[in-house]
Ligand binder design. Sequence first.
Ligand code: CMC
Length: 433
Amino acid sequence: MTEYATLTVNGKTIELPVTEGKEGEKGIDIRRLRQETGYITFDPGFANTGSCKSTITYMDGEKGILRYRGIPIEELAEHSSFVETSYLLINGELPTRQKLNRTSVQLNDHSLIHEDMQNFYQNFPRASHPMGILSAMINALRSFYPELMTTDEGYEQTALRLLSKVRTMATMAYKISRGHKVEYPRPDYTYCANFLHMMFNTPVKPYIVRKELVKALNVFWILHADHEQNCSTSVVRSVGSARTNIYASISAGVSALWGDLHGGANQAVVQMLTEIYEQGLSVEKVVARAKDKKDPFRLMGFGHRVYKTYDPRAKILKKYVHEVLDKLNIDDPLLDIALELEEIAINDEYFQKYNLYPNVDFYSGILLKAMQIPTNMFTVMFAIGRLPGWIAQWRENLIDPEQRLVRPRQIYTGYNHRPYIPIDERVKDSEQW
Ligand code: CMC
């Protein structure tokens, strides 16, 4: 039996159907609201708005649960690879061995990028942020690979092309920023091993790919692979809702991810920890600053729109950071500072009142640092990980008959109607002050 919510507005009562998800979460379907009452809803940041129905990722922010296509991330991090998890997100099911092997072969086939694209890279100023370069270059892929996802086969090909080429493109940005020769992928390496090889191998110093780092990178990317309707994914869906091609939509997603409040937080966390270390700042004082409402500073890597408990991804990353640093015999003072910050913050009344716990970005930077990834590439690492999620969500949006052009409304608070004033009759600048 359909459940209804009753709303009385301006003397009129309407019944709004309640829609229910597979895990029991409920939403009031307000699609008829404006038509029947003339009112709209007001929800800045869409914290209370469900923008779609989705079969891809489930999260419970109160219990700290995250599952891709029903499978808990803890199990994926333990047993799966990033390629297998990407397949799961993009196709809905775990692959058979045969399908997984075919996917690896296809990823290898797609791993080169058009040599002409190297010219673009060469012309970015050396100090450019790699996220800006990545966003521009993903958009440029549309010109080099104009075939689009109009069929299921086209979808699969474009998805594999993006997964493989974006990884190559990220390493190219790094090599070129250092003024080094671009390193090509090796057909005998797995997806993650190849990334490390393309990043760090040089003609004068062969890079030995360590299995501990390959495992850590797989885990890092699995944990970032999707996170339902986060800021960048909502951007990818919004841009896609205008029937914009997938490259441009994902390029916009990369730009959204760049911000400090979203994926850019992983870079901001390590910068914050480094500052504490290099300037010998007191951790208590840093926490006190984060609580000071007059100070815009926030404790980076803490808090989340949906999680009101410990982010399950941060839990796994914290464990991996310890394991990897131990295995590689690295003693990173930033880890000690992070642990101290966490200890003080989670026992602090302010952080408890606002339910602020470490999020995915709090420990991830220390793991990336152990892999020798430069700080300005951290958010690019996040972007490569989020690709399968963006691809799956873009596609789901495209084929969902309930989806329409994304076009929110607003409450206008500007001037009421007023006349145009000819230029000579306007108040002069000098009179305004
Ligand atoms: N340090 C200090 N205070 C905080 C923090 C923090 N990290 N996060 C939230 N608050 C306070 C905030 O000041 C606000 O207080 P008040 O209501 O008195 O003004 C209250 O908590 C609610 O904050 P909000 O910004 O309205 O909440 P939100 O759900 O919009 O914010 C967030 C989520 C992630 C933007 C925020 O927690 C934050 O800025 N965290 C630091 C940046 C960060 O780590 N971002 C990565 C997020 S996880 C990965 C991802 O999504 O990419």
